[in-house]
Design a protein around this ligand. Structure first.
Ligand code: 5GP
Length: 200
């Protein structure tokens, strides 16, 4: 089976090009269908497309981070019929033993702690990570490290949107983990997002 993990997903690329808000040359906002208001039909379609690419890894669990990873994580987990586990940020009291990492908060500034109970990621698990955005990769790298510390195998990471002008994609591949994405932002500026185009 030869599935392109980063084939641009046409319906998402078109919506980002026509509807996204671009802030400076760093931040892309698609709050109206992914990060503040969620469209169940569209996110389910995107989850199915990611799940189609990820099925080959035969995950036993999907792992994400609170809060914006939960919606995309859930639709992928549902499509693959496995559980979703999310690392906690906001009420990090979890059953012990627990694993944690401190990461920079990319959109808010400052730092945030991710906490994961070892009760929910166990040594035999085959983990696929799902998140909304890939930027510097600090969130995904922390999730990979935590899953590995729990003794699990990390098979793949996946994101709705990746910013190709940031180092996250390379940082994850340097850990030997592949990256699947539905939209690839090449550049941001002048109120516009430049995206990799789907093959027609
Ligand atoms: P990283 O850890 O890869 O630097 O950043 C990933 C996290 O930061 C994502 O989970 C997402 O919540 C947030 N993020 C990073 N860049 C953007 C962006 O351009 N737009 C939005 N909406 N979120 C972003």
């Amino acid at each position: 089976m030869n599935i392109n993990l980063t084939a641009p997903y046409g319906p998402l690329v078109r919506r980002i090009e026509t509807e996204a808000t671009v802030i400076g040359d760093q931040v892309l906002k698609i709050d109206h269908f992914l990060n503040h208001r969620i469209e169940p039909g569209f996110i389910t379609e995107m989850g199915r497309e990611l799940a189609r690419r990820l099925a080959q890894f035969e995950p036993s669990v999907i792992l994400t981070a609170e809060a914006s990873g939960i919606a995309p994580g859930l639709v992928v987990a549902q499509a693959l019929n496995v559980a979703l586990v999310y690392a906690k940020k906001y009420a990090p009291q979890v059953e012990s033993p627990a694993i944690s990492r401190v990461i920079p908060s990319p959109t808010k500034g400052g730092e945030t702690k991710l906490v994961l109970s070892q009760r929910y990621i166990v040594p035999r698990d085959r983990v696929v990570i799902v998140d909304d955005f890939l930027s510097n990769g600090r969130t995904a790298v922390a999730l990979i490290e935590m899953a590995r510390e729990a003794g699990a195998l990390v098979l793949c990471t996946s994101f709705i949107v990746e910013k190709r002008f940031k180092p996250g994609h390379a940082a994850i591949e340097a850990l030997g983990v592949p990256v699947a994405t539905l939209a690839q932002v090449e550049a941001l500026g002048n109120g516009r997002a430049v995206l990799t185009q789907p093959e027609s």
